[in-house]
Structure formats: C-alpha cells, structure tokens
Design a protein around this ligand. Structure first.
Ligand SMILES: C[S@@+](CC[C@H](N)C(=O)[O-])C[C@H]1O[C@@H](n2cnc3c(N)ncnc32)[C@H](O)[C@@H]1O
Length: 238
C-alpha cells in the first residue's frame, strides 16, 4: 500500500544523540555505499502507509520469524546471529552512521540476505510495520537520558510501548537491558504499567543474569564498569 492523500502523516523523526563522530575509513565507507542501498528500509518507511509494512515482503526467501533490534550500535549481536539463523528475518534500526558502518563492514564478506536496516529513528520503522508481525523486539542499553527534563526522550515510553504491543505477535517478547539503575527502574515501571505486557521474571536471578544463549553487545562487553548492575528484562506481549 502507498500513502494516500487521506493517510495520517508519518510520526515525527526523533533522534536526539549524535549521528556521526569521526569520519569513516575507506572500508567502512565502502560497506555503507555498497550494502546500505540494498538493505535499507528507508523507502519502505517513507512510501508505506502507517501500519502496513509486512516484513514477509522484504526478504527473497520465506522467513519463519521476525526480530527487530532498536539502536543496535555496531550490531555485534545481529552479526553473530545472522548466519546461525538463516530462516529468521532480522530488522535493525541505528541512526548513528559510525555504528551502521561498523555493522555493515562486519557482514560485508558474507553478505547475508536475512537482514534489513534503517539508518534513522527506529520508531519510523515500528510505525510503518503492520500489526502483530514481530516475534521479538530487542532494546539493548538504550541511551539513559538521566536528566529529568530529558526523560521524555527515552525510547521506553507509554506511546512507544503502544506501538511495540501493536507490532508484536501475541506471546511475542520485548527484551531490554541496561546497567543504569534509574533507567532499569523506569523500564520496569513503564512496561508493567502497560496493559499489554507481562514481566516473565520469577526471581531476581532471572533478571540479573543473561538468558541462555545470550550474545553480548559491545556496550555490555565494553561497559564492564556497569556489568554488575546489568539487568535483562524480558516481557511477554499478552
Ligand atoms: C548506548 S548505545 C547502545 C548500542 C548497542 N545496543 C549496544 O548495546 O552496544 C545506544 C544506541 O541507541 C541508538 N539510538 C538512539 N536513539 C535512537 C532511535 N531513536 N532509534 C534507534 N536507535 C537509537 C544510538 O545511536 C546508540 O547507538
């Protein structure tokens, strides 16, 4: 479906952090130039009416599951999982060009086809997706925005949780991590308040330790300073 005159406008773009720091080296520039046009979801996010994009239409082969990662940084987790799960369609959003370039360089040789990316605000992609099409959504170490006046910038908000609930299949999972205690509390409070999500943890061990088979992200590995306070929050879409 394409945008009709009567369709509501797309949501405003909300990217608050930096989108580039140092210039890209030659191999990262090459990865962006060659792979981004092939894998980018920008046109789909612009041309599709809200809530109409079916991830099944994005891949050349049939996929059994669809997984979204929001703010994937350099994408180590997806780069590890892509070749292991050729039947899972991965969607990733990361507005920071240095992170996107590092990720595309890491998959440059293998060029897996079960990944599509958006170099922009992840919510543009979430709003474009149709209802109940995702099996899981990962939000790993999002920017904490510690100042109270910036809390509205946090990616976990009631408005965004409405959209995560809409796009997740019933029983689908919302998985969030952080090593910032104030943000952890915020995530738990916001998500348990939302009527469509249920926290799966039965005891502290379940949120203090990574789930089985967990692939750590760069922030998680590098941020060893916060490793002790890292939490792994798994919510189920009811
Ligand atoms: C602290 S980093 C964590 C990166 C990665 N998830 C990890 O654990 O290594 C937060 C990431 O979220 C990205 N980000 C910020 N706002 C975003 C948005 N609106 N949509 C998607 N990603 C966003 C940032 O560019 C940054 O790469």
């Amino acid at each position: 479906m394409t945008i009709q005159d009567s369709a509501p406008p797309p949501p405003p773009r909300r990217v608050y952090g930096r989108r580039q720091n140092r210039p890209l080296n030659a191999s990262r520039s090459q990865a962006i130039e060659e792979l981004l046009p092939r894998l980018s979801l920008e046109a789909e996010c612009i041309n599709n009416a809200p809530a109409s994009l079916d991830p099944k239409t994005l891949f050349c082969t049939p996929m059994t599951r669809f997984s979204l990662e929001i703010g994937f940084g350099s994408g180590e987790r997806m780069a590890t999982l892509l070749p292991q799960n050729p039947d899972i369609g991965y969607l990733g959003a990361e507005p920071f060009i240095n992170g996107m370039a590092a990720f595309l360089k890491s998959i440059y040789e293998e060029k897996p086809d079960n990944i599509r990316v958006l170099m922009d605000d992840a919510m543009l992609l979430v709003h474009a997706l149709k209802d109940e099409c995702l099996d899981d959504i990962y939000i790993l170490n999002p920017d904490p925005w510690p100042k109270k006046r910036h809390h509205k910038r946090r990616i976990v908000s009631q408005a965004n949780l409405d959209e995560f609930a809409r796009t997740l299949k019933p029983g689908g999972k919302l998985i969030m991590t952080t090593d910032v205690p104030d943000l952890a509390e915020w995530m738990v409070t916001q998500t348990t308040l939302h009527p469509s999500f249920r926290w799966t943890a039965k005891n502290a061990q379940e949120w203090k330790n990574p789930p089985t088979g967990w692939v750590p992200t760069r922030y998680e590995t590098k941020g060893a300073k916060g490793a002790e306070s890292m939490v792994y929050l798994l919510f189920k879409r009811t």
